[in-house]
Design a protein around this ligand. Sequence first.
Ligand code: GDP
Length: 300
Amino acid sequence: DTGLEKTKANLFSKFTKAIAGKSTVDDEVLDDLEEVLVTSDVGVTTTLKIIDRIQTRVARDKYVSTSELNTILRDEIQHLLAENNSNDFQNFEYGNHKPYVIMVVGVNGVGKTTTIGKLAHQLKQAGNKVVLGAADTFRAAAVDQIQLWGDRVGVRVVAQAMGSDPASVAYDTLRSAVANQEDVAIIDTAGRLHNKVGLMNELTKIKSVMQKVIPGAPHEILLVLDASTGQNAIEQCKQFTEATAVNALALTKLDGTAKGGVVIGISDQFKIPVKYIGVGESMNDLQLFDRKAFVDSLFK
Ligand code: GDP
């Protein structure tokens, strides 16, 4: 069980239909394949790029059988996805930063809190001392939820009263992480997107306060996106990358959706590695993204 069954079923059945009764890859098969990819939320630009590469290959080799198409498609998609160096939490890469600071951004409802909780759990299981900073002080529920996850997975949470300054929570979190010699600090932030300048200013302020404690922090700016929203996730990615220097993505709720193709489109379009995928609601349902495993699970 990879958590990607729905996407696989969707892609695979459409793909099988597209090549049914055909022995060679011709223009009609490529047209059908294009439709399969677009309707699986890969996105038009990325789909055209994939089709174009396959077309070039067909032109070069003169004859490509439909039975080879599966492998070719797998190769092409894998080629578009960024490689992650570490694909299990035991070899998580911290780049010699201690504490390694992760600032988590994303709109409400995408699974930001859950992802933070799962990540804390996985990193703790891998032997790290982890601290959480509840800097989404805008929603009372956000602080409570982080606290709940902290209790559940047994990690320390730094919080202040609702409505307090998020930058001050981030500052407290990093100061105490240094004092306690913690390995990883994960800081939640408010997910308001109604005003890009406001968002940009808030994130910039949090970052500059972090840098007062730890130059170079945050080491990871992690944008959480809900894969089941398909093209909306792409739009959010656009907004957040314009507001701050996102360098890692988490795509959640892949277990409940057939729109997993969005992982391919986002990764290609924004050139930001998908680092984590969420495949369920429990604390173990977070994986470090492995492009080969991902493509294999969709096309095998
Ligand atoms: P936030 O508002 O972004 O902090 O979102 P939450 O973390 O509270 O998550 C919103 C809902 O999505 C909750 O019911 C979570 O259990 C659920 N959720 C989060 N990640 C996943 C996932 O990977 N798979 C599934 N099936 N549900 C998820």
